[in-house]
Design a binder for this molecule. Structure first.
Ligand code: GRG
Length: 294
């Protein structure tokens, strides 16, 4: 079952994260590593690394070649959640079923833990020992840091902050989420494609899948923020409304938003047609996500 397959991939990523971050325990900076590990170990679906490992398999790439990137992507995602929860941003006190990082370690340490994870992501992918041409590693690293930077996730966060309390339309909302949520999901597909030296047509197909999946995922996120269950989600619901945010649900209503999730999911799946059975896991993942409760 796809649920077990996802859980297996996630377990492998968690073991590797444990090795990468665990080795840091006995050095002099105990507090900051404790704070970084707290949020990484708190769980989460590990969706982005799972997507990366599924694409690696589809391209016949040894998972060892992509694992560092998968862990780095999860570190960057986790840093973004730590910072997003800060009082200066969404001011949330529950994440991944636990008190948010700043609630446990204080604001200053939470900021540093986020910064530390971002930096450690770079250190991780730039470590020696790949069995692939250096050019491909550089291209993949560029994908990762462009996606998480101002032209990607941070840029989306800026649009989000500037849109608060404003009457944004569906087109603006899509741009915001293509960057804020979509950019890392897009990188999750493009990095293994780049590492496997995929051709242009394949790269376009991978990008199409990820971009459509990213929007479907975000609409679902908006739906769960209104109709989800806080205990299942591991975070408080109603955060969008409290922060005066326009969402797919406020624009389209529940039914309209649910329909759009299915439309984007179908579009995502259609993009992978050329890969035939090789894309089965990714197809099932996309369908599975439409039913997600967290
Ligand atoms: C640079 C100061 C500074 C802040 C960065 C960029 C940023 C703050 C925040 C944006 C990141 C963000 C919160 C995007 C929303 C994407 C989203 C739907 C997150 C939830 O992802 P899941 O559901 O979470 O995959 P889990 O916990 O399962 O990993």
């Amino acid at each position: 079952m796809i649920r077990d397959i996802i859980a297996d991939y996630a377990k492998n990523v968690e073991s590797e994260l444990d090795i990468l971050l665990g080795g840091k325990n006995d050095c002099c900076q105990k507090k900051i590593y404790e704070s970084m590990r707290y949020s990484v170990d708190a769980g989460g679906k590990r969706l982005r690394p799972v997507i990366m490992l599924m694409f690696a398999k589809m391209f016949g790439l040894d998972s060892r070649h992509v694992m560092r990137f998968a862990c780095a992507l999860e570190m960057i995602h986790t840093y973004s959640l730590i910072h997003d929860d800060l009082p200066a941003m969404d001011n949330d006190d529950l994440r991944r079923g636990k008190p948010t990082n700043h609630k446990v370690f204080g604001e200053a340490m939470a900021i540093l833990a986020g910064d530390g994870l971002l930096n450690f992501a770079a250190e991780t992918v730039l470590e020696k020992g790949y069995n692939l041409p250096a050019e491909r590693i550089i291209d993949a690293a560029r994908e990762l840091f462009n996606a998480s930077g101002v032209s990607g996730m941070i840029g989306g966060q800026v649009i989000d902050i500037e849109s608060e309390g404003k009457n944004v339309g569906i087109k603006e909302l899509e741009l915001l989420h293509r960057l804020k949520t979509g950019a890392l999901i897009r990188a999750a597909g493009r990095i293994p494609a780049v590492l496997a030296a995929a051709d242009r047509e394949q790269l376009l197909a991978v990008t199409g899948y990820c971009e459509n999946l990213g929007i479907a995922f975000q609409i679902q996120d908006d739906l769960l923020d209104v109709f989800g269950d806080s205990a299942e989600l591991g975070k408080n619901i109603g955060s969008d409304e409290a922060n005066g945010k326009v969402t797919y649900v406020t624009i389209l209503g529940r039914e309209g938003a649910e329909k759009l999730v299915d439309e984007y999911t179908d579009k995502a799946i259609a993009c992978l047609e050329q890969f035939g059975n090789g894309a089965l896991e990714l197809t099932e993942l996309a369908r599975y996500l439409t039913k997600r409760r967290n």
